[in-house]
Ligand binder design. Sequence first.
Ligand SMILES: [Zn+2]
Length: 306
Amino acid sequence: MFHQPPNNVLEWSTAIESGICMANLCEDWVDESFWRKAYNLSSGKEYRLTIWENFAISCDPMGIKYEDVYDPKDFARFNFHGHYYTDSDKLDEYLHFRQIPASVYWASVKGEIERMMKNPMIAAMMPTAETMKAHNKEIAAMRMGLVWMEENNETEWIQAFFGSLEEKNAQTSFDLHKPSEEETYLNHGYDEEKGIASLDAGDMNKAAGYRGGEYLEAEAKDIYTPVKWKCAFGHEFAMSANAVLHGGHWCPECLRKSWAYPKIARKNPFYAQVWDPQHSPEENYEIPMKYSAYEITKELKEKLGL
Ligand SMILES: [Zn+2]
């Protein structure tokens, strides 16, 4: 179990609005251009809260402070969770599901906890800082949890989430703040003005090159047809241009047996854009997977005759 760094910001989505979103996508009025794209589901800019702000909404009424439950040493520095997308409005433009103003929603969450705490019978059943801490510890002792990795001297796991045990133990205090909302953009390795349907084989090869690989077709094909690519490690695979360039996917073989992100970043400039700002070029761990999503998918496809 890895706690999310307290200053990570999420653009939260309410369960009600997620439900409306799912229901609306079945409606006849949804434009055809909606399909075959990747979206982020969130309730919008007003819902951007850090982990500690979100904690305070439900725990302040219980008299529990963030610092009473968490230990700064337990925050995985390299936990990827906690970000939002600059184009998260796109989904709402199609499906019109954002209906509850953030101030109304969070006030109702807080109000509900306050009401419960006024009832002594319910208040007695609510968790305390101590029980929350004990529960977190229990989860962390399970396989892949931070207690598990320290007790079993799982050096590569510790490196992946904390850098090193020394760096983990040097995290001794909290600095609770809200990060800047300045937007940054990735280079996707092709001319986005042109649009992926207009790219020729040369453009495709340039985009593949920016991922450390090659485009193995003589021509560009329909963006939804699987085409052949080669990654920086020599694996050949078939994937549509839509999945690669709009979906952000790449070589499945590279993720077949292990998590080898430091090695991938050294050969794939596209990936290095998100890896390098946080990591040292000296990192070289590779963690074997106990369960391979690749193998499971392959097995299912064979069973289903796909
Ligand atoms: Zn590969």
